[in-house]
Design a protein around this ligand. Structure first.
Ligand SMILES: NC(=O)c1ccc[n+]([C@@H]2O[C@H](COP(=O)([O-])OP(=O)(O)OC[C@H]3O[C@@H](n4cnc5c(N)ncnc54)[C@H](O)[C@@H]3O)[C@@H](O)[C@H]2O)c1
Ligand SMILES: [Zn+2]
Length: 347
C-alpha cells in the first residue's frame, strides 16, 4: 500500500489499501454510507454494515434533487453535525457525497472509497465536488477535500470494461501533459494493464495520483498550472455532451485533436502526435468523432467557463510537457472546423 498526503488539504489518498480495512480510517463518529445502485448490487454485504443511502446511476442523477433526497434520508437517520459521510462509488458518488457533506449542517467530515478507475486517479484528488444544474455540468459545488480516499484496485474487477478504458484515457492524459516516463510505462505494459494486473495497476494509480496531487498542491484553485489538467477537455466536453461517448473516451478524441492543433501552434513534432494517437488506440480508446465542428463550436461558446473572447487552450510542446495558450474564440472555431475536416482524411 502506498499513501499520498496532499499538502494544505488534510487529505490522504491510500492506494492499494483494501476497502475492507475501512474501520482503520473511520473516526469515532456515526458513519453513513452513500453509494449508487451498481455499487449496492455488487457490494451489498459490505454496504449493509452501515446506515446507507443509495442513489440512482448516471450523470442525470447528479442533481440538486439527489442532494435533497440524501439530506432527507440523513435527517431520517438522525444524522447530526458530528456524523461522518462515506461515499463509495465513482466520481459521481464522490462529487455528490462531498457536496452534501460540505453543506449539511454547515459541513460534516467525509471520506471516499473510490471504485472507478477514473475516480481513483482523478475525482479523488483535488477537493472539487458538486452537482449539475440543468445541462450545466458541476455548476453548483465547492472546493472541500475528503479526509481520506481509499483506491483499492480490486474494486476495478467489477467495473465495466468501457469504464476501465475511460479511466485509462484520464491516466494517459496525465502522461501526455507531465510525464514522459509514464507514457513509456503505459506503452510497455499496455496488455498487462488492460488485464488489470494488480501490482502494475497499483503502481500506475500511484503515479497518476502523484501527478495530479503535485499540480493541485501548486495551484489549488485552478488559477494557472492546474489548467493543464484540462488537456483534451475543451473539445472533449463538447463531444461528451453531444454523443454517447464516456468522459474518458471523449477526452481521448479531444486529446488527438488538441495534439493536431499543437503541431501548428506549439511545434509538437508530427511523430509525437502520431505516438499520442497510437497509445490511445492501444488502450482501445476512440481517436475520431462524428460530432460536427458546428456542434463543437456552439458548445464552446455556451460552456460556462468560456464566456470571454478567448479561451486558455491546453496544447503540448512535446510528450510530457503541456502549455497554456490563450486563443481567441473565433480563431479556435476556425481551427476546429479544419481539424474535424482533416480527421476524415487522417483516419
Ligand atoms: N471532482 C473532480 O475533480 C472530478 C474529476 C473527474 C470527474 N468527476 C466527475 O466524476 C463523474 C464521472 O466519474 P466516473 O467515471 O467514476 O463515473 P460514475 O461514478 O458514474 O461511474 C461509472 C459507472 O461505473 C459504475 N461503477 C463504479 N465503480 C464500479 C465498480 N467498482 N463496480 C461496478 N460498477 C462500478 C457506476 O455505477 C457507473 O455506472 C462525473 O460526474 C464527473 O463530473 C469529478
Ligand atoms: Zn477529465
Amino acid at each position: 500500500m502506498k499513501s499520498i498526503r496532499i499538502k494544505n488539504q488534510n487529505s490522504t489518498i491510500l492506494i492499494g489499501e483494501s476497502y475492507k480495512n475501512i474501520s482503520n480510517y473511520l473516526p469515532e463518529k456515526k458513519c453513513f454510507l452513500i453509494c449508487d445502485e451498481n455499487i449496492y448490487r455488487n457490494y451489498t454485504q459490505f454496504v449493509e454494515q452501515f446506515d446507507y443511502i443509495v442513489m440512482g446511476c448516471g450523470e442525470s442523477i447528479k442533481t440538486w434533487s439527489s442532494v435533497e433526497m440524501i439530506i432527507e434520508k440523513l435527517l431520517d437517520f438522525g444524522a447530526d453535525r458530528n456524523s461522518f459521510l462515506l461515499g463509495m462509488g465513482g466520481g459521481l458518488v464522490s462529487d455528490v457525497t462531498g457536496f452534501v457533506a460540505s453543506i449539511f449542517m454547515r459541513g460534516l467530515d467525509f471520506g471516499f472509497i473510490s471504485t472507478s478507475l477514473l475516480s481513483q486517479v482523478d475525482a479523488s484528488v483535488g477537493g472539487k465536488n458538486g452537482v449539475n444544474f440543468g445541462k450545466l455540468k458541476n455548476m453548483i459545488g465547492v472546493f472541500n477535500p475528503p479526509q481520506f480516499v481509499i483506491c483499492d484496485p480490486i474494486l476495478l474487477k467489477t467495473l465495466p470494461k468501457r469504464e476501465i478504458r475511460s479511466g485509462f484515457g484520464e491516466i494517459i492524459k496525465h502522461a501526455f501533459i507531465k510525464d514522459e516516463n509514464l507514457f513509456l510505462f503505459l506503452k510497455k505494459n499496455k496488455e498487462n494493464l488492460l488485464n488489470l494486473n494488480a501490482n502494475l495497476m497499483e503502481d500506475l494509480i500511484y503515479r497518476a495520483v502523484s501527478i495530479k496531487t503535485n499540480v493541485v498542491e501548486n495551484d489549488p484553485l485552478e488559477k494557472g498550472e492546474r489548467k493543464k489538467l484540462n488537456f483534451g477537455h475543451t473539445i472533449g466536453h463538447a463531444i461528451e455532451n453531444n454523443s454517447d461517448l464516456t468522459h474518458g473516451e471523449a477526452v481521448s478524441v479531444g486529446m488527438v485533436l488538441a495534439s493536431k492543433l499543437s503541431e501548428s501552434e506549439t511545434n509538437l513534432s508530427h511523430s509525437d502526435s502520431k505516438e499520442i494517437k497510437n497509445l490511445l488506440e492501444d488502450f482501445e480508446l476512440p481517436v475520431a468523432t462524428n460530432v460536427s465542428s458546428d456542434i463543437i463550436n456552439e458548445y464552446l461558446v455556451k460552456d460556462k467557463k468560456k464566456n470571454r473572447s478567448s479561451i486558455d487552450f491546453i496544447l503540448l510542446n512535446k510528450i510530457g510537457e503541456a502549455s497554456i495558450q490563450p486563443m481567441a474564440i473565433d480563431t479556435l472555431k476556425s481551427k476546429i472546423i479544419s481539424l474535424i475536416e482533416n480527421q476524415k482524411t487522417n483516419c
